[in-house]
Write a protein that binds this ligand. Structure first.
Ligand SMILES: Nc1ncnc2c1ncn2[C@@H]1O[C@H](COP(=O)(O)OP(=O)(O)OP(=O)(O)O)[C@@H](O)[C@H]1O
Length: 547
């Protein structure tokens, strides 16, 4: 009880989460649980085996693969991997369900596999470079990497062959996507300027435009549009219209219909993008599956904004026509995804019939409204549903407000989950900070020298007074050996000690010098005090030397 109370003593620790009353278990023994009784002041930590039983001599953290396939947690110095083997970091195993309040599994302490893997893949893909690439640097953009995976180039959308490159800006070090239109001839300087207003469209469902210029770096005259880069993204065409083998469920071919929630999610996100675009006096102009990016699960962004404004600058159409066309194209987009057919709008009635068979009348009604022609101003308004006189994005948003509320709520839940996940990593950073402090102090030879006493430069500072505890504490945490003199590499022990140190617990530990001639019985609170004062000495010495 003393310990539990102390852990919540705010004099010593601003925030000690409940979760640290449990301790981390072997990363490799997925089914194992480390039970730790917070009321027991003994420092003995039960040893955990790969099968989850206590008391075995197998050390699950061993680096010896012949003993146990438990090397995953630590990076092996012998193997230099070209890319991370994601599955090795954290084995997913059966989750024990009958845990007591103070028991934790290793999974409880780190971010979920799926998120970690996703983020790692994204960062790896973002850093991909092609050695000996023949692609030239363009202005401040270097390390170009072609993102187009298809050899077939579709000229019909923009009227030019297009390429997409990932590139790094030497100005800010960020990674961008460059869309290149090959053989583009600029006949009017104002055409390029028409991309300027797009830079101000900062909407979660639009790939942000950063720059637009022409270049001769490729040996032709190319138009380059610089946009945000979203690693590991796919186009909606790649997601929904790529031929894939039929999936079977219970012996029958599984339904290939996209769930209605997903379609509403697309509708809501694109409607919000159109709201931002139309309000700025612009039009998206190209809402086609190959020009909408899927940047995460069910997360879409318009990816061709500004291109047609530049390319078709000379034959500009009235803005109201273009904006009305956006709504029509949105209707076609949803119809084609729902029908699993890119050309669904060509046989409209049949496609709408299919839609009503697989989806709710509400979705059909919404798509029909989008596909309906712009009503003439003389058409009387209807009291129910969107006003037919006003076929614009605001009327559309009002008409689907219930779906907006639903998607918004889903997003809030997703955000809550992410914040909780983030909180777990926050605890990891606590451990890192305390480790950094310890390492600043332990075996530091030069502090006396920095205070103007070079003769005294030795490990004496780090090894005298309260700091001696810290050295012995380091041995206690990291350099333990078992009864046979073999190193103990137990993650649970390390985390247990560091957490208690961070919390300044009153629990006592026995620190023994290496020659076994000196034994101290100290509390974590005392060690923490020593750590803090030694660290303050370091800070002070650093300030003095700068004076
Ligand atoms: N901003 C971006 N960030 C990351 N990847 C992108 C970005 N824009 C496009 N890509 C990727 O580049 C690839 C090619 O995109 P593009 O817009 O040229 O589509 P496409 O499928 O090649 O269409 P088209 O039929 O017009 O050639 C896609 O796989 C897409 O995932």
């Amino acid at each position: 009880k003393e310990l539990a109370a102390d852990w919540h003593n705010h004099d010593f620790q601003e925030f000690v989460p409940q979760s640290y009353e449990g301790h981390i278990v072997d990363a490799t023994a997925s089914a194992s649980v480390l039970s730790y009784d917070p009321f027991n002041t003994s420092t003995t930590i039960p040893s955990i085996t790969s099968s989850g039983h206590q008391g075995s001599t197998i050390n699950p953290y061993t680096q010896d693969a012949t003993n146990l396939s438990g090397t995953q947690y630590y990076q092996s110095a012998n193997t230099l991997q070209a890319s991370p083997a994601y599955h090795l970091y954290w084995p997913v195993g059966p989750q024990p369900t009958n845990l007591l309040g103070y028991q934790k599994t290793a999974h409880d302490f780190f971010i979920p596999d799926a998120i970690r893997e996703d983020l790692q893949k994204k960062s790896e893909v973002a850093r991909q470079v092609l050695p000996n690439s023949a692609l030239p640097p363009i202005e401040q953009y270097h390390s170009l990497f072609c993102l187009d995976t298809t050899a077939q180039k579709n000229q019909s959308l923009f009227g030019y062959h297009t390429w997409i490159y990932k590139a790094v800006s030497s100005k800010d070090g960020s990674t961008y996507a460059l869309r290149r239109l090959e053989n583009f001839r600029l006949t009017n300087e104002n055409a390029i300027r028409s991309a300027q207003p797009w830079k101000r469209i900062l909407n979660g469902s639009v790939v942000t435009i950063h720059d637009c210029f022409t270049t001769r770096a490729f040996g032709d005259s190319s138009l380059i549009i610089v946009t945000d880069y979203h690693p590991c993204s796919k186009t909606l065409a790649e997601e929904h219209f790529k031929a894939s083998p039929p999936r079977f469920h219970g012996g029958r071919a599984a339904s290939s219909h996209i769930p209605e929630q997903v379609l509403w999610g697309y509708l809501v996100q694109i409607a919000s993008a159109l709201k931002a675009i139309h309000s700025a006096g612009l039009a998206a102009r190209l809402l086609t599956p190959s020009k909408i990016l899927l940047t995460a699960k069910n997360r879409v962004r318009l990816n061709s904004c500004s291109v047609l404004d530049v390319v078709q600058f000379e034959n500009a159409r009235p803005l109201s026509d273009l904006q009305a066309d956006d709504l029509l194209q949105l209707g076609r987009l949803v119809l084609s995804i729902a029908n699993n057919n890119q050309n669904a709008h060509l046989s409209l009635q049949k496609s709408l019939d299919n839609l009503s068979r697989a989806y709710t009348p509400r979705l059909k009604e919404c798509v029909q409204w989008l596909l309906s022609p712009q009503p003439s101003p003389t058409t009387p308004s209807s009291p129910t549903g969107p006003n037919p006189v006003q076929k614009d994005v605001d009327t559309f948003l009002a008409g689907i407000s219930d779906q907006f509320a639903m998607v918004f709520d889903n997003e809030l839940h997703a955000q809550d989950t992410l914040v909780n996940t983030l909180a777990r990593e926050l605890e990891s950073s606590r451990i890192v900070r305390i480790l950094v402090k310890l390492n600043f102090i332990n075996e530091r030879p030069e502090l006396d020298a920095s205070q103007g006493n070079p003769a005294a430069a030795s490990t004496a500072w780090a090894e005298t007074g309260e700091r001696y505890y810290l050295k012995l504490f380091r041995d206690y945490v990291f350099h333990q050996v078992d009864a046979n003199g073999h190193p103990v590499t137990n993650l649970a022990h390390v985390l247990d000690c560091l957490n208690k140190l961070d919390a300044g617990s009153d629990e006592k530990i026995t620190l023994i010098s290496r020659d076994e001639q000196t034994v101290f019985v100290v509390s974590y609170r005392e060690v923490k005090r020593g750590l803090e004062s030694a660290f303050q000495d370091l800070l002070q010495a650093g300030r003095n030397s700068r004076k």
